[in-house]
Design a protein around this ligand. Structure first.
Ligand code: BTN
Length: 328
């Protein structure tokens, strides 16, 4: 009911709407309306109200709640259900817990702040309050677990497209970073629970430094991390960006489910790659090798040429590039 009252107030933002009209249209008592309005005030909504003429919504909070994002989502599954937190340890941890307890495919967990945000290789991911997009998507694909990592590329392509739709051109660092002016603005952490031939669930954790300020980054990552706001010089509409990511994700993910092809996502990652043509260092199982990145093949693998002239593919692992994130 709270959602429906909010919707009614949002569509009538230019005028007052009487308690009587809300009561009649939604079949709810005047006392209950008052209770819901107070609950909305606690969430940061602001109203003008008068006992004679009713209520008018004057301001909505900058929060990534279901109420604030849902009207921009065009999908059938991804993000139809958003579970929102003001603060949490990590949305990936929460998503895994909910998935293990049966949460539906496409459920999205978003938090305004993470106190123990997880990066790859056990690193910490800074997640200051109300300044980024810290979210995890629960997926239950009926695919062989060996293809699970492809979903990371779908995530990267979806983020690229969404950020581009806000007028900002980034680059993709295969397979899971988005880079702007040589610094990282987004990282993706995909986690899986599976048997040998069956996936229980995947969790795609996406962290976007949208409106993070310079002061929020610890000194040691200032040279390698930045935000969309810092680089573009203007604040980012987190609600639209969140919805755009989820909308793009569903399109690319559905394509993958229908024919196992990630060609569209790969094309986006290839055309906007920061790595291709560059000298790179590959760290796999603690072993470091140097190579030149040549291409991303249709299976989403990085094609490289080794110093001895032989070519090979990299499936996963850490790749670093000279001149990017301060690596020299
Ligand atoms: C990386 O580049 O190391 C991956 C970073 C992934 C961060 C996101 S923020 C939302 C989700 N929850 C987490 O704890 N981590 C991911």
């Amino acid at each position: 009911m709270k959602d429906r009252i909010l919707e009614l107030l949002k569509t009538n933002q230019d005028s007052f709407i009487s308690g009587q009209r809300i009561s009649l249209e939604l079949g709810v008592s005047r006392a209950a309306i008052w209770k819901y309005i107070n609950a909305l005030k606690d969430e940061g909504y602001e109203f003008e109200s008068s006992s004679k003429i009713g209520y008018r919504l004057t301001s909505v909070p900058d929060l990534l709640t279901q109420e604030e994002v849902a009207d921009k989502i065009k999908n059938n599954r991804i993000g139809k259900s958003i579970i929102h937190f003001n603060t949490i340890d990590s949305t990936n941890i929460k998503a895994k817990e909910l998935a293990a307890n049966g949460a539906e495919d496409g459920t999205v967990i978003i938090s305004e702040e993470q106190t123990a945000g997880k990066g790859r290789l056990g690193r910490h991911w800074i997640s200051p309050k109300n300044k980024g997009i810290w979210m995890s998507i629960i997926l239950r694909p009926h695919i062989n677990p060996m293809y699970a990592s492809r979903v990371t590329l779908i995530g990267a392509a979806a983020v690229f497209k969404a950020v581009e739709s806000q007028g900002i051109r980034t680059l993709i660092k295969w397979p899971n970073d988005i880079v702007l002016n040589g610094k990282k603005v987004c990282g993706i952490l995909t986690e899986m629970s599976a048997e040998l031939n069956r996936i229980h669930y995947l969790v795609i954790g996406i962290g976007i430094n949208a409106n993070v300020d310079d002061i929020d980054f610890p000194e040691e990552i200032k040279t390698s991390a930045t935000s969309l706001k810092i680089e573009s010089g203007h604040p980012i509409d987190r609600k639209s960006l969140t919805a755009e990511i989820l909308n793009n994700f569903e399109i690319l993910y559905d394509k993958f489910l229908s024919d196992s092809s990630i060609k569209d996502s790969v094309a986006i990652c290839r055309e906007n790659s920061v790595l291709l043509g560059k000298e790179i260092r590959i760290i796999n199982n603690g072993k470091e090798t140097e190579a030149k990145a040549l291409d991303i093949n249709d299976d989403g693998e990085l094609v490289v040429v080794h110093p001895d002239g032989t070519t090979g593919v990299v499936f996963s692992g850490e790749v670093s590039m000279r001149g990017l994130y301060g690596y020299v």
